[in-house]
Design a protein around this ligand. Sequence first.
Ligand code: DAV
Length: 372
Amino acid sequence: MTTAVPPLVNAWNEWDPLEEIIVGRADGAAFEPVEPGSRPQLRDGSGGPFPTGPKPDDMVKGANEELDHLAEVLKGYGVTVRRPEAFDYTTSVKAPTFEVSNQYCGVCPRDVLITIGNEIIEATMSRRARFFEYLPYRPLIYHYWNNDPKMVWTAAPKPSMADDMYRQEFWDWPLEKRHAEMHNFEFCVTQDEVVFDAADMSRFGRDVIVQESMTTNRQGINWLRRHLEPKGLRVHTVHFPLDFFPSHIDCTFVPLRPGLILTNPDRPLREGEERLFLDNGWELLDAPTPSTDNHEMPLYCQSSKWLSMNVLSIAPDVVVCEEQEKPMHDLLEERGFEVVKVPFRKVYEYGGSLHCATWDVRRTGGAEDYFP
Ligand code: DAV
């Protein structure tokens, strides 16, 4: 008699009870370099030069302490936690089509990998410094590959990241031009190649919501549609026209449980795109003003104050939040959630909070149809 092997890889949405997750690590991190897909800036508005080279030891240590603590907290909830390999991101990359002075970090697995059902997809990525960011996760992917016979492994097409993949003048567009182009959803990546970061997707059972952004272009979404729709999934594109530098959906549109999505009051959906949700009985709940203003965010953080919304659900009624985001705790508690509070400000420095810094591999539950 054969016994069925329980799947190791199974995650259909952002909220079902969490069983296994990857938590990022800061070892070997470097400052993100200036490149066609990214113009990092200091947070203090000084316009001073952005540092280059390795992140200082104390910044690595501080972030690692918070990431390690998160891992322990999750284990306390019965979750299996795994970590990527330490990796030296300070080295340069010279590919046939591009060169970059150094890489970035392994703090944010969410940007690189996504589990959709029994499949793990490695994103194309959109920046040169992140081209090889899948490598430190490969031992984990091989673990699932070797131990879960039903696991499907897909690496999306590798983009050239050559100069002509980018619209470099994007960074210098005057405000008026920017306003005009935003309505066409044209950003720093052209539409010639398939480009996406995994964090531009949000999973809702049979439906996958994808944001068109600086890090995901229309060809990227086409690839996802042609890849996922034959498997019975539906891919929906969403836009947030007031976000001039959109990158990753998880500070903008964050489902918490069936019927409830946390939305960003500064970044409403393009008119008409809310219908899918409202017509199917979902509530769009605006996040409260974050506890920290944009200019008070950590100096090297390239994300907005809306990291407050970047929460990690470990069950439909349990959400992990950054410990200083009091207005968010209050809102979630009013709505009946248990809020688990962890310090994560030293991880903010790397541009992510709890959702960015994790990659869920297994949750209970299946491919529900929330938009019948
Ligand atoms: O709203 O600043 C941050 C996404 C981080 N991966 C934002 C997007």
